[in-house]
Design a binder for this molecule. Sequence first.
Ligand code: THG
Length: 292
Amino acid sequence: MILIGENINIMSLTIGPAFKERNPRPVQELARAEAEAGVDYLDLNIGPARKAGDELMTWVVNTVQEVTDKPLSLDTTNPVAMEAGLKVAKSKPLINSISLQPDRLGQGLPLAKQYNADLIALLWGAEGMPRDANERAMHAVNFVYQANEMGIPNENIWIDPIVSPVSVEINQVKALIEFMAMLADIAPACKSVVGLSNISNGTPAHLRPWLNRTYLVMMLKYGLHSAIVDAFDNDLMALVRGQKPEIVRLVHRMMDGEKPDLASLSEEEVKYAKTVRVLTGESLYSHSWLEI
Ligand code: THG
């Protein structure tokens, strides 16, 4: 699968100030480190970038391209900044993202067409967050239809069903898995992508990787194509590279209804098993879910 490193983002305590001061060093160090960790793309998240977003995006893209050839995911809601990034990106970039809000769609699709870029179709509707798997399906069909009308082929479309934090809405966590199982039928040849770390927003930092990794393995059961991830989570990288097949089997068997005896599992397997129970809604989320 394709991994997109999430780490260059304006919310980061080192990257935010570096963007502001146009200080290349922290940005380039992180870009190099993410590339070495083995991600396929680098997400460059400059946020809404309301003031001079085009200058910022141009600077970030050029700064990163000085140290790596990895393709870039241009992460901003500002269409002027997006176009500035598309102009300077060297390998085929990924527009992150275009939602179904009429103005976003109206400005985004022509950009994707003009620059022959891949694009993330964020399934955020005119009325906001989709409520269930069916609303996601409706949005996906609608998006693909409008993109095709513009001459954009399904192969260029990466569908993002929007991951919600498990500490906020377990029904949304379940609905996304349900949608993933439907996607290949609804939008053949389209790709899928998720912002994985959203699942653990609001969770204590040292526990976040368990939620991230387990949810990723759950989505892999339905052929997830790509994810925006923490490039420095080594165990996550190992799972994706097939280096932990026993964990993948355990998670998938539990999704099929098997209830393993925790006493028969290793300490690591117990953590994954408890996390599957939370992410399927079988146990209630609390910050101490791994201890009970
Ligand atoms: N879909 C798409 N794009 C996205 C998202 C999505 N882009 C943004 C986000 N969601 C994915 N990227 C991140 C990046 C960082 C974090 C979460 C998601 C994160 N960072 C830590 C924090 O904020 O506590 C650490 C910050 C740091 O680097 O210091 O949680 O869903 N298409």
